[in-house]
Every structure is written in C-alpha cells, then in structure tokens.
Ligand binder design. Structure first.
Ligand code: ADP
Length: 616
C-alpha cells in the first residue's frame, strides 16, 4: 500500500463535513446508495455499447450489510467499478467546479447559521461518509477486463492509502465503513433497514439487506399522478436533488402522442445561482423506459430551464444511443419542445391558481423567465405573460402582469408604456411620467438590470407595442384639457425658439421641438427612436466595441417660465440666451442619463455664471 495526500480542497471539505453539525447524518447512506445506483446504471448502459465486460453474468444489485459487534456497515454494488487512475481522480480530488464554489461559500459563511443550511442544501457525495466513519475501505474492480482490482483506505483526514485488492474481487465497488463511537446506530440492522427503505424505492435496482430485498423497484415518474402522495414526491425530490428541502413545486405528466413520454420535474425552493453559485448544470436525467441514458443530457431542455431537477423518460429513444448522437437527435428536440410547453403551462396554472406560490417562484427564478424571453423566439409571448412588474398604478412591492395592465388600458391608449431604472422611487419621480400621468396612462416599471434587453426583445404583448417612455417616438393622444389657458409661448414663438435651438445645437441633437412631453421641467431629453439605450451603450463600451452614434431629441416646455424668458432673451442678448439654452438642454440630458460628457455641462455652467456676474 502506498500513501497519498488528499488535494487541499478535499481536506477542507472533509474538515467541514466532519465538524459540521448535521441534523441528519444518515444522508451518507443515501449518497453511497445513489453512487452505487449510478454505477449500476452506467454499467447497464456499457452492456449495450461494449463487447467485453468483466463478469457479464453478475446480477446488477446493491448489497447492504452491517455488523453490530464490530461496528461496521458495508455497501456494495456490481456496477462499473473504478480503475486505479479513476479512484485516485474521483476519491482524492474535487472534480466538480460546483463543489469548489460550494466550499468557498461555506468558508465565507463559516459559523453562521446559513453555513448549516448550505451543507444541508447540497449533498457532498461520497465524502459525507466521514461524518460517521473512523475509517473507510473501498474495494473496487472496473468493468474493463484487464484492469486490476484496487483497495483504497482512508480515515478522512490527511490522505489515503492505495494498494492491490485480492484477485478474486468481483466487478463493482464495495465500501466498508468502520463507524465512529457515536455513530454505532448505523450498525444496528433495524435502524439501517428503516433508513434504506426510506430512500431505496427510487433506486432502479434491487437492494439486498441481510438476505431480504428491501425495495420494490419502482419508477415514480411512470406512475399515475393520482397514485403518488405528496410525501412520495418530496422524498423522490430529496433523492434526485440530493437535498433535505422540499421542492417549491413539481410537474408530473405523461403523453402518448406524438411521443411516448413521462416526466417528473421539480422546481427547487432555493436557486443555487441566486445564492452565488456559478451557472448550474443541467440536472434532469434522461431515461428510456427506466434505463438511464444520460444523467446530464445536453439539449434535453432549453438553457433557461436549467434550474429544474428530475427525470424525463421516453420509450421512443433508441437505447444504445450515444451522447454525440443524442445531441443532434430530432427526437430530443421534440421532447424538449413538449416539456417546455408543458412547463410553461404549469407556470401559467400556478400563476392563476396559486399566486402566492407563483410569487415565491418568481422571486427566485424571474431571471430565467427573462432569459427565456430573450433566447426563445417560440415561447417569447407566452413567457412575456409570465413576467411580473411594479407600475405607476401598483403599490410599492406589489406586482402586476401585462394581462392586467392591458385590462386597465384607457380607451384612447394604443401602446403599453414602460420605463427602466434602478428603483421605483427614481421612476416615480421621472419627468417622463408626467405626460403619461396627465393622460391617466399606466407606466410599467422595470428595475432589474437587463430588463431593457428583455422588453426590447419582447417588443409586443397581445398585439400591443411596448414603448419606453424615455424615447422620442411616443404617439400620445392630445390631452383632454389642453393647456391653452396657462401662460406660455404661443405656437409661433414656441416654433421659432425651437428652430433657433435646433440650429444652435445641431451637432448635439436630432431636433428640438415644442410639446407637452416636458410638463414640469423646462425641457426634456429623449432617446432618439432608433438610438441604442444607455444600458446597451455602456455594454458595448465595456466590451470595447464601437458605439453607434446616438441622436437624442429635446422637447421644450412652452409653458415653463424659464423657456418664456429664454425666448425674450434671445431677442435682446443672443450670446447669453445661447448659454442659458445650453444649460437647459445639458441639464435635461443629465436628468435623462444621456449626458456623455459631464464637462460639457460644467463648462457651459461656468461660462453662464461668468456672463451673469460680468456687470455686477
Ligand atoms: P458525485 O456522485 O456527485 O459525482 P461523489 O463524491 O459521490 O460525487 O463521487 C465522486 C465520483 O466517484 C463519482 O462521480 C463516481 O465517478 C465515483 N464513484 C463514487 N462511488 C462509486 C461507485 N460505487 N462505483 C463507481 N464509481 C463511484
């Protein structure tokens, strides 16, 4: 036997596992049984694609036994086993980038109660055995006929020793656990039987325990919905999701045509990406009539559904399909289409019948729905209906939908109006709102980063165009009570002043025109109809790409005292009028977030002040 140290990260993980207080240490049995089951599933698939397999006649089973006297527990499988290289790689390093990230999070939250939550949320696989073990001995023989059997022994501290196992070691993996003093409960047959029964019904292979088969192999997803209890769904979710929480919701359905399909998918309560983990991996396994084809099939579901956990089973898939073939398989695309459609329907029903549950879902997963809007042309409109937002008509914190917005639209309102920003208060006080408010029109608020991309790609809802109210191309109906009686420039004067301003700032603006878009400020700056938004501009700049020239427009408010004064001043002191006008338009740009160069405003304001003070 030779001794090797664990990778640093493994040592850290083990340290956490051993010292953490687990509410349920028994989860290690679930982890080991599920590893065994995975190994059996993989072997079954190998049998379809490989010609020579060591001991092909071996039955595919798990075997569990315990020895109360010697305080040991053993779990073995006749699965695909591991070669020496494999065991060194799998049980000495941390391959999953997700696990590394998980480790960092735990370290950051060390000592706080959330570190306990984190540990419970995400299983740590094989290493969980060291919660209960003084020493673990893994004996394994690979399915590859020429591979030598190996033995791996570790106390879960610094490292492990590795050496040859007896020649008569059968194919598969056997794990012998020497239990810690305080974990001798796991050597008691009644206790072990009880735990194994809890998890084992989802394992697709017989589990023998002391001569008795503990499980009736059943695939929950193939059962009739009516025959499955809430407890069974939860237990299955905990099994496939390696978690101790209950799911937020699930979808269970079967279809016969056009494809024979059964699926059981869960929405986890917590979204790991929102907790700081990187992009999560696909966690829906693909089966062909109970035989696992691929535990992470690429392309089974669209990317935006990567938060789902569960199983898809289709009898129509060829059993011996390879991963490469899967990827460009038209059947897979059809399956993907059917499931996506059904899942959207599930969300629609949830939103309709259980708004509290949908609210919880939306808080955790709205980014995925938005990602779907942007990336999935086919489901764009349907996903748009699932979006929720605050608006100028809702109370703070209360969400509404486009359907509700549309039901509240005024008779003379043609478009849906939206405004982007960082928070509600900022949007409520935006000068853009005034013109809409004056007409009794509702404005939808979008305050998450990236929302603008989402709404830009949505473009329309129920045949109605979505218009951002900070742009120039709004087609607003006349006000019911025009401002004719209020003091202000008459139409000719307003047009003359606008033309003069257009000319004075022709390099900066597409045009300057009078109107009622600005109601409280002297002027308002708007993005040109075809301009890229400030968000997109910032993004392009950050990516080092060239930014298309923008053409903002200015609406002046002929009723504003400053504008009225400006028109007079233009006649008497054009130079000063120009500085004042510069101040008005640059302030409007600043307010609109469209001022590219703050120096422009500073210089203008300094020149203006100098002029004003010149004669004093
Ligand atoms: P995970 O199961 O999440 O990959 P584990 O730490 O539980 O993480 O296991 C690491 C790897 O060790 C597995 O991916 C698998 O390749 C290998 N392994 C673990 N248990 C067995 C087993 N019983 N038979 C064959 N390989 C195994």
């Amino acid at each position: 036997m030779n001794t090797r140290p664990f990778e640093t990260e493994v040592r850290q993980l083990l340290d956490i596992v051993i010292h953490a207080f687990y509410s349920d240490r028994e989860v290690f049995i679930r982890e080991l049984a599920s590893n065994g089951s995975d190994a059996l599933e993989k072997l079954r698939l190998k049998q379809l694609t490989e010609n020579s397999i060591y001991q092909p006649e071996l039955e595919l089973r798990l075997n569990i036994s315990c020895d109360e006297e010697n305080k040991t527990l053993s779990i073995s499988d006749s699965g695909l086993g591991m070669t020496e290289e494999e065991i060194v790689e799998y049980l000495g390093t941390i391959a999953h980038s997700g696990t590394k990230k998980y480790l960092e999070l735990i370290k950051e939250s060390q000592g706080s109660s959330s570190s306990q939550d984190l540990i419970g949320q995400f299983g740590v696989g094989f290493y969980s055995v060291f919660m209960v073990a003084d020493e673990v001995e893994v004996t394994t023989r690979s399915w590859q006929p020429e591979a030598k059997p190996v033995k791996w022994i570790s106390d879960g501290k610094e490292g492990y020793s590795l050496g040859p196992a007896p020649e008569d070691t059968p194919r598969g993996t056997s794990i012998l656990i020497k239990l810690k003093e305080d974990a001798d409960l796991f050597a008691k047959p009644d206790h072990v039987r009880h735990i194994v029964k809890q998890y084992s019904n989802f394992i697709g292979f017989p589990i023998d325990f002391e001569g008795e088969q503990l499980n009736t192999v059943q695939a929950l997803w193939l059962k009739n919905k009516k025959e499955v209890s809430a407890e069974q769904y939860n237990a299955f979710y905990q099994f496939v999701g390696h978690t101790e929480s209950d799911p937020l919701g699930h979808m269970h359905f079967s279809a016969e045509a056009p494809i024979s399909l059964s699926s059981l998918l869960f929405i986890p309560k917590e979204n790991p990406e929102a907790m700081g983990f990187g992009r999560t991996e696909q966690k829906v396994s693909l089966y062909c009539h109970k035989v696992l084809i691929d535990s992470k099939p690429e392309g089974l579901l669209p990317e935006w559904l990567r938060f789902l956990v569960g199983v898809v089973d289709s009898e129509d898939l060829p059993l011996n399909i390879s991963r490469e073939m899967l990827q460009d398989n038209s059947l897979l695309r059809k399956i993907s289409g059917i499931i996506t459609k059904r899942f959207i329907k599930t969300l629609e029903d949830m939103a309709k019948n259980n708004s509290e549950q949908y609210g919880e879902f939306y808080t955790q997963y709205n980014r995925y729905i938005k990602e779907g809007v942007v990336t999935s042309w086919e489901h764009k409109e349907q996903l748009g209906k699932l979006l929720r937002f605050e608006s100028s008509f809702t109370e703070a914190g209360k969400l509404t939908s486009f359907a509700d917005y549309i039901s509240r639209m005024k008779e003379n309102q043609n478009d849906i109006y939206v405004l982007y920003g960082n928070k509600r208060a900022q949007l409520e006080n935006s000068p853009y709102i005034d013109a809409l408010k004056a007409r009794g029109f509702e404005v939808a608020f979008f305050i998450e980063s990236g929302d603008q991309f989402v709404i830009d790609s949505l473009m329309r809802m129920e045949e109605k165009n979505i218009k951002a109210i900070d742009r120039s191309d709004l087609d607003l109906p006349e006000l019911d009570t025009p401002d004719n009686d209020r003091p202000g420039l008459d139409a000719d004067a307003a047009t003359a002043l606008s033309s003069w301003m257009s000319e004075s700032f022709k390099d900066q603006f597409e045009k300057v025109s009078p109107g009622d878009r600005a109601m409280t400020a002297p002027a308002m700056a708007m993005q040109g109809a075809n301009d890229v938004s400030p968000d997109v501009k910032a993004y392009l700049q950050a990516m080092g790409q060239s930014v298309p020239e923008t053409h903002p427009e200015i609406a002046i408010n002929p009723h504003h005292p400053i504008v009225m004064k400006l028109e007079q001043l233009r006649q008497s002191d054009e130079a000063l009028a120009k500085l004042l006008a510069g101040q008005i338009v640059n302030t409007a740009l600043l307010r609109a977030g469209l001022l590219d160069d703050p120096a422009q405003l500073a210089e203008n304001s300094q020149a203006l002040l100098e002029q004003l003070l010149a004669d004093k």
